[in-house]
Design a binder for this molecule. Structure first.
Ligand SMILES: [Zn+2]
Ligand SMILES: [Zn+2]
Length: 775
């Protein structure tokens, strides 16, 4: 009798509840976190980590179960991100305690891969604490930091599925690993000096196994030697950044004569001694993503570290800096206490080298010493790069890579159930995937003009395909048939019997900025301003100065930069002087600015080519920048990508930020837009040159005129919401001017998480598909 009453009582209050949590929940200490909270609340049941997220079962009443879920969501581990969760009552099961049960790996993965993140504060404290057992251990990690994406072979994330599988933990580590109350419970990267990841040194064809002497590396830097170091996503080439001679040697050996080189500093304070570091930039540098941040370099008299600046950034106004993001780099930099060059270990344009054998083969021609370790890298990644506009502090992503890839989370997006592969572009190749309604965006994969980058692209794609067990049903490609990515993806489509969708390059840019600003379902018209170097247009010409009207999922090319002739194919993008002659060659009086840039023979041939009715036509804003830079700065041949426009921006910035300029300083008049804006602009610029106006003023006026141009078009079309994308909007000055002159009267949207350059294309391709599938 009593027992029966008790059973009824129990049935009324004690129930079993199942909680399912999705998002970034693996490799972030989620199970021990749940365990600790369950213990604190005296709950019985279990937690499990599977390929579709974390599952929890608890016995309690409905109110406590919901409270428990709330408690979890409010106190997530630092790296965890929850994208969805649900709770429901399930059949009553009896449990004796709370346990963590084994992962199963049968189901199709539906969770986000955790990116590689920088050394955390707790580990850093332990690293420098003499009594800690990991004191000065270069591979210290915990569930809140260290490599993930770069070492994972398949899901779920468990030690056996990573390149840590071959390391056997010592007893102490094993105890930590199995103790749910420890920060390193189920930390798959767990190791210590007793069960260490070992370093090897390769120098003069000789190996030193079990290498530990970090002072030796510091000595090498001091001696002016180049050291290749295996990090998280691959090898970096390093040397003393205050030694001009070694920096030049590195440039020569790496075959990278001019492109700026990135720096690594021991700490933010030291960065601030050489560059102007603002709070938002410092926050980024010290974040878990630890990207390279481009900062304005201080004048020579202000600088403290005797940086070999000219050799590093070739006279540009910004330097790219980062902080040590692994314990190994931190230990080395604290010892050296000076900035080092830290540039991707490769021959320029190919993929960052990440395999030991390849490093020995290819980097020994560049580095004097190679520091390796026996933790293998599965997925190579470069460092991410960002910058902020000087005045309005608009964040601009230039490369989205380590720390960010391969995830993107935006709970407001409506995603289709399809499995979609977006192939991206060519020069800045990245691809995207939608699978199980998650978005994956790969790291930067290199310039797929190089065979190496093509292999990297394919390998990374196969890796994703295998990890996600994804049966692709739709493939989205750029309209350009000759891009490697387009060809590759069409091949994938054929093998998978998937549908192929072609999307115009600049329309993809537009969808990228709309997607990340949650404007895909906007009720109002939006003017999309998409300016870049090149992309194949719907009409077979080369576009790049485009104005689109986006109206609830419909895109119309409403306006564009005046067309000019495209001659000599790719050579035109590489030689700004050709853009100058193509744009301004037929303007009266231009000869005196142009002719000296060419030999007589070139001049005659190019003149003849121009005006040929067979020529492709081009509306590229990138080429307009090139042309102006050629006229003003004699930047006639690019020594590195986008050099001409960067130098033009530099020149204009110097004047603009120190003088009070307004929209009235445009070359345009207020009422009407000249029929040929491009020619008009050149005529005005040459008039100013004839009249001896300072080049920095002309450069600033050119930038302001572009804002004036956009304002005219927006007014003409009567649209007050503007979204900007395309490589031109990496220009911080232009972004500042748009904010200075247009904000208030117009609503402005920029890319932020994704790059406005072609790296943002695959996300845009996915957004196009998502918008059209989820009306
Ligand atoms: Zn840590
Ligand atoms: Zn150990």
């Amino acid at each position: 009798m009593f027992i029966n009453i008790f059973k009824v009582f129990l049935k009324n209050i004690m129930k079993s509840f199942h909680i399912h949590i999705k998002g970034v929940v693996q490799g972030v200490g989620f199970r021990p976190f749940v365990y600790r909270h369950a213990k604190e609340n005296n709950l019985k049941g279990w937690v499990n980590n599977t390929t579709d997220g974390v599952h929890i079962q608890i016995n309690t009443d409905a109110i406590s179960a919901n409270n428990f879920l709330q408690e979890l969501l409010e106190h997530l581990p630092p790296l965890a991100i929850v994208t969805s969760f649900n709770i429901h009552e399930t059949e009553l099961q009896v449990h004796n305690g709370f346990e963590i049960i084994q992962s199963n790996s049968n189901a199709r993965p539906n969770l986000l891969l955790t990116p590689d993140v920088a050394l955390c504060k707790d580990c850093k404290k332990e690293l420098y604490h003499p009594e800690n057992r990991r004191y000065l251990y270069p591979f210290i990690t915990c569930t809140n930091c260290g490599p993930r994406y770069s070492i994972i072979k398949k899901l779920p994330y468990d030690r056996v599925t990573t390149t840590m599988a071959t390391f056997e933990m010592c007893n102490v580590c094993w105890e930590e690993y199995n103790n749910p109350m420890e920060r390193r419970h189920f930390s798959q990267t767990n190791s210590c000096p007793d069960c260490a990841i070992e370093m090897q040194l390769y120098e003069n064809n000789q190996w030193t196994k079990n290498f530990v002497n970090l002072d030796y590396i510091v000595e090498k830097w001091k001696e002016g030697k180049i050291v290749a170091i295996k990090g998280i996503g691959g090898f970096l080439l390093t040397c003393d950044a205050t030694n001009q001679k070694v920096v030049n040697t590195l440039r020569k050996r790496k075959k990278r004569p001019f492109k700026p080189l990135a720096l690594m500093y021991p700490n933010s304070l030291a960065i601030n001694e050489d560059a102007i570091l603002k709070e938002d930039e410092k926050k980024e540098l010290e974040s878990i993503y630890a990207p390279i941040v481009l900062l304005p370099v201080r004048s020579l008299s202000e600088r403290k570290n005797n940086l070999a600046t000219e050799a590093i950034n070739k006279g540009l106004s910004r330097i790219g800096v980062m902080l040590p993001y692994t314990p190994l780099y931190d230990l080395l930099l604290q010892r050296f206490n000076r900035p080092i060059i830290a540039t991707s270990g490769n021959i320029t344009d190919s993929t960052i080298i990440y395999e030991d054998e390849k490093a020995i083969g290819e980097l020994s021609g560049i580095a004097d010493v190679i520091l390796l370790n026996n933790r293998d890298i599965v997925v190579p990644q470069d460092d991410g790069v960002i910058q902020f506009s000087e005045k309005n502090r608009q964040k601009i992503t230039l490369r989205r890579s380590r720390g960010k890839a391969p995830i993107y989370i935006n709970s407001k997006l409506r995603l289709p159930e399809n499995t979609v592969f977006a192939a991206g572009s060519m020069l800045k190749s990245v691809f995207g995937i939608i699978s199980s309604q998650n978005i994956y965006i790969s790291q930067y994969l290199g310039n797929t003009e190089s065979f190496d980058a093509q292999l990297n692209y394919e390998k990374t794609f196969r890796h994703f395909q295998q990890i996600l067990v994804a049966d692709i049903d739709t493939v989205i490609v750029d309209k350009h048939p000759d891009y490697f990515s387009t060809r590759f993806a069409k091949d994938v489509a054929e093998k998978n019997k998937a549908k192929v969708v072609e999307l115009q390059h600049h329309v993809a840019h537009l969808y990228s900025v709309l997607g990340e600003n949650n404007l895909l379902h906007c009720e109002n018209k939006i003017l999309g301003v998409v300016w870049d170097g090149t992309g194949l247009g719907e009409d077979g010409n080369i576009w790049g100065g485009e104005f689109f009207v986006y109206d609830k999922g419909n895109v119309e090319r409403a306006f564009h930069l005046n067309e000019f002739d495209l001659i000599l194919g790719d050579k035109m993008a590489k030689e700004p002087r050709i853009s100058a002659i193509a744009i301004a060659g037929d303007i009266e009086g231009s000869e005196k600015y142009l002719k000296r840039k060419f030999t007589d023979l070139e001049w005659t041939i190019y003149q003849k080519m121009l005006g040929n009715k067979e020529n492709l036509r081009c509306t590229s804003m990138g080429r307009l920048f090139d042309a102006v830079s050629s006229i003003l700065l004699n930047c006639d041949v690019h020594r590195f990508e986008a050099e001409a426009s960067m130098r033009l921006e530099n020149l204009a910035s110097k004047y603009y930020y120190n003088n009070n300029m307004t929209l009235a300083d445009t070359y345009l008049n207020e009422d009407t837009l000249p029929e040929n804006f491009v020619k008009y602009l050149f005529q005005e610029i040459m008039n100013d040159l004839d009249n001896g106006v300072g080049k920095e003023i002309i450069a600033a006026k050119f930038h302001i005129s572009l804002v004036g141009y956009i304002t005219h078009v927006a007014n003409m079309l009567n649209i007050d919401k503007l979204a900007f994308s395309g490589g031109v909007f990496q220009n911080t000055l232009l972004v500042d001017m748009l904010n200075d002159f247009m904000r208030g009267k117009f609503e402005l949207y920029f890319q932020n998480e994704f790059s406005p350059n072609d790296e943002g294309i695959p996300f845009g391709q996915l957004m196009y598909f998502a918008r059209n599938k989820t009306k």
